[in-house]
Design a binder for this molecule. Sequence first.
Ligand code: SF4
Length: 486
Amino acid sequence: MRPGRVARMPPMPKARCHCGLYGIVAHDDAVGLTHRGLFALQHRGQESAGITATDGRRVDAIRGMGLVADVFSDAELERLSGLRTAIGHVRYSTTGSPSLSNIQPLYANYARGWVAVAHNGNLTNGSALRKWLEARGSIFQTTNDTEVLVHLLALPTPSVTSDGKTGSELEHLFESLRRLEGAFSFLVLLPEGLVGARDRHGFRPLWLGKRDGAWAFASETAGFDVSRVESVREVEPGEAVILGNDGSMRSVRWAEATPKHCFFEHVYFARPDSRLFGDGVHEVRKRLGAQLAREHAVEADVVIPIPESGNSAALGYSMESGIPLDYGFVKNHYVGRSFIEPGEARRERTLEVKLNVVRDVVRGKRVIVVDDSVIRGSTAKRRVRMLREAGVKEVHLRISCPPHRHPCYYGIDFQHRGELIAAQYDDVADIAKLLDLDSMGYLSTDGMLGCATGPKDRFCTACWTGDYPIAVQDGLDKFAHEQASV
Ligand code: SF4
């Protein structure tokens, strides 16, 4: 393995996702397609990126800090060409620091072979497992929870099958997955092939696709579109799909499925051109906007989105209300590469440079601003100030999800109630006053869930309702109980 390169880091968005995954088996251009796929998944993680590739004998990798465009040089990609199986990862850390050692895919040699692992999610019992493994001699190379799976796989006691024989590495992998609690979509590269596995709740997405007879995985279908892979289906919660080096594909149910997909993927994280949990993201966002117009109507002259995640919902609001849509903010797409400053100063200045007001659209108008969420409130406050400075008559903020009042433990970076403005103020009117708004409206939880097809209880809504599908402590307790009986 070569050490990664360090590139400049992009500024922080208001809330960040854990990671994006891509993988393809037995294709002549596996590395090139993975590289392309990662570009399309860049929005899921901008701190670091990596590709690990193999031909079954040689394993090689490129890993570095920064954006996909910075990390992979043509010369390095050329070095990996000819390796017909590859996995790739883009990362933002919700556990572990942003350092070179934490870049994924992780790779390790162990007594029975080698493994490379890429992870999207967050393990709620990761710390307990780490302590248990360290007490048995494991030496961790990283500070992220993903490495726990690598050490579980390397444990010296292989699985035993029901007929008493020693199990395969795949059976050992499924046994290891059953020890994990929390949110995870994993790509696990082994000498015998590539495994894509999703936790039993299916918090984070994972898709299966096919091109030229070769099977592939991606976090979102947009990753497939740019690499001309046909999207076949989503990997199911509690399912592992095993792609053999010979082009084979088979499915294993390693856990009973109890779906709790992250609805915030629909609201904010996923690309609008992706499909997710059985729906097109753009269509769901348009429905969110229409529902928002029904729940929080107001007389106004124009609807403007906060680009770009507010675009689809603003369109839906405009279509439902009959109030024209226009572009009141223009986004500068080049900020992330060139305008870097530490701390709050960086955040404030980045906001100023990142979005600009189109004065002719808003001056003297009653404006409805549609955004996907308000997390800390500082970003929204700054944008309202920009509109006031541009001469707006009234500002009505409409949010296409309910108020965020609870932390997320399943792979999104708001982990403390203290960071959430809606956790500090029960009354929305108080938040509106703080943000200097004429009015404010959040979508109801029921209204939001009704915008996706299928049963409402298949979604996680914990950050809005406090109804956690997995209590963090439950994960810790379950593991402690298991170990006490080993
Ligand atoms: S708590 Fe919120 S952000 Fe986290 S997985 Fe659930 S819906 Fe998604």
